[in-house]
Design a protein around this ligand. Sequence first.
Ligand code: NIG
Ligand code: FE
Length: 414
Amino acid sequence: MLTTLFRNAAIYTPVDEGKPLAGKLQGQVRSWEKGALLCDKGVIMAVGPEEEVLSKAKELDIDMEIDCQGACMIPGFVDPHTHICFAERREKEFSMRLAGASYLDILKAGGGILSSVRAVRNASEEELLATTLDNVLTALSFGTTSMEIKSGYGLDTETELKMLRVIDRIGKETPLDVVPTFMGAHAIPEEYKSDPEAFVKLLIEEMIPAAADQNIAQFCDVFCEEGVFSVEQSRKILLAAKEHGFKLRIHADEVHDLGGAGLAAELRTTSAEHLLAASEENLKAMAESGVIANLLPATAYSLKKPYAKARKMIELGVPVALATDCNPGSSYTESMPFVFGLAVMNMNLTVEEALVASTLNAAWSIGLNHKVGSLEVGKQADFLLLDGETPAILAYHAGVSPVMEVYKKGIHVA
Ligand code: NIG
Ligand code: FE
């Protein structure tokens, strides 16, 4: 299919201003009640009021015309933070948490991330591909057309590289744009429990160089948290990764305020993740350094923690993005509509702010802003048709997916 015209849609899209949208611009959305979108070979040629797009379309040979019957059209979701490559669920641990055990206590006792490490080490590459594919295709059916995926359930060189190969294949074998992240610093593996510094050394001297040689991962991420990696260790790991050409991001202040957000500002990482416990001072520093806050409300929901202070971040001028954090422990969901609803209802983002956060700002936070995240001429025709009149349907029609149709590069994929 070459040139396709989508007409009769209520279009809502952020507007790319050449940088992530922050502060008053966080909710900057353009809309056309009766809009149209014209795409050629997967790229947007025109988008706007139907009449204008139709007159542009007259100059071209249209191969196909689709009447969207007034449905709401938004950009495909960009999910900029996932651990969706895993081998087994951890349903028993969820019940333990419901009965009062804490997430970090389960990890300390050798469960949590370390359960997932055992499962991934034991899985063959094909088995891991099969479970990951299943998860990713669920995400696609809920409207995610681009996604970041982290390694981090290997914690040894061989298994981390295996995970990254699987993540690479997901990008090649599905319609999604996939951005791989190396996260060998996700936990201290059992075999280094008594000597965490030796694991930091292994990361710096062996694992990061090996991941750089493999040339799949674009970002390096670290879990900076009490009992995991300290600020000092995280700094060392991230600086080593930077030297090897990785872009940086960091799990910061998810449970305790260690100062991970301050480190993100100091190193000018592309994003800082979670931030449930981040201090106002460090959030200010993030705003000054232009670090994007990747907020993960489904994690706060699943851990029963207070939500990140999204309104404060917007007030301070920190650009906010939204992600699922999809993983078998702290946030088991592939659904961006669920995350969107939580952000609007429990973090008090406006619908427009949540739309920017889950599309354009999310694209910036994984370096895909040049081709996805908004419906504009020259970007990929990645969009969703919703069963509603405005994007508010994503928060309003709770617990179901209002995503009716998913298009990637102008092609119907789900
Ligand atoms: O972002 N916090 C660290 N990593 C994940 C959880 C991973 C897991 O529990 O398997 C997170 O919440
Ligand atoms: Fe995470």
